[in-house]
Design a binder for this molecule. Structure first.
Ligand SMILES: [Zn+2]
Ligand SMILES: [Zn+2]
Length: 243
């Protein structure tokens, strides 16, 4: 599997950035995970919209779905220009009726995932964990049968993450806050909580994402490393992880 970070800011994109979005590839199959603000522009540095095979979204907060609408326009314009009428499946949960309906458009269709079952999308098998967040949101455990990526999406700390992330090759966590800041009401984690999950789950690598626009982000790494002695990276656009 090859994962490319497209967007990683929490809440809103900093200058010339994008909020949550990750491109996951295996062979010639491309899955886009979340479609945050600014992500469609950034994505096209790495992959054309017409080359996407599927999209999956964790929840319907703007910083995760803001560019779904323009992605749908891109598909429509691509049809006008090339005649390519391929319909792009966008997987989302159904617990937000308006959010789910917004996934359907001329050349996209919404497909509901059932979080109680694992879901096959192309070469990937995905299982779900409901996160602790003000709206319904799901984290993903994704495997191609060889390696495992866990993406927490938006969540405050809860112990279930440790079993859900067990032995993952790559763990991408919400790290919206610095050590000592309490994200539980907002539904986000801090660097210490991210590091703790990585340590308890014995993951190989930890990527801190959904990052704050203030402070010294290097401090997040140092704080997470006090909990976890494996590899800790800050999310950055264009960073590629491959296994
Ligand atoms: Zn959210
Ligand atoms: Zn978010």
């Amino acid at each position: 599997m090859k994962l490319t970070i497209i967007g990683y800011w929490g809440g809103f994109p900093a200058t010339d950035g994008a909020t949550s979005s990750y491109l996951l590839e295996k062979g010639d199959f491309s899955l886009l995970i979340d479609v945050g603000s600014g992500s469609l522009s950034k994505l096209q540095k790495y992959k054309q919209v017409s080359e996407l095979d599927a999209v999956i979204v964790s929840h319907y907060h703007h910083d995760h779905v803001a560019d779904i609408g323009v992605l749908q326009y891109a598909k429509l314009i691509h049809y006008y220009v090339t005649g390519n009428d391929a319909v792009l499946p966008i997987y989302g949960h159904k617990e937000d009726v308006n959010g789910f309906q917004s996934l359907a458009h001329s050349y996209t269709k919404g497909i509901a995932y059932d979080p109680s079952e694992s879901l096959i999308i192309g070469p990937f098998s995905i299982s779900f964990l409901k996160t602790s967040h003000p709206v319904s949101c799901y984290g993903f455990r994704i495997t191609d049968g060889e390696s495992v990526i866990v993406y927490t999406a938006d969540t405050s700390y809860k112990e279930e993450w440790e079993a859900f992330s067990k032995d993952a090759d790559l763990l991408i966590t919400d790290c919206n806050y610095y050590a000592g800041q309490d994200g539980s009401k907002a539904g986000h984690m801090n660097s210490v909580e991210a590091g703790k999950i990585a340590a308890q789950a014995s993951v190989k690598s930890l990527v801190l994402s959904h990052l704050p626009q203030y402070g010294n982000q290097e401090q997040l790494i140092a704080e997470a490393k006090e909990q976890f002695d494996g590899q800790v990276l800050l999310a950055k656009e264009g960073v590629v992880w491959e296994a």
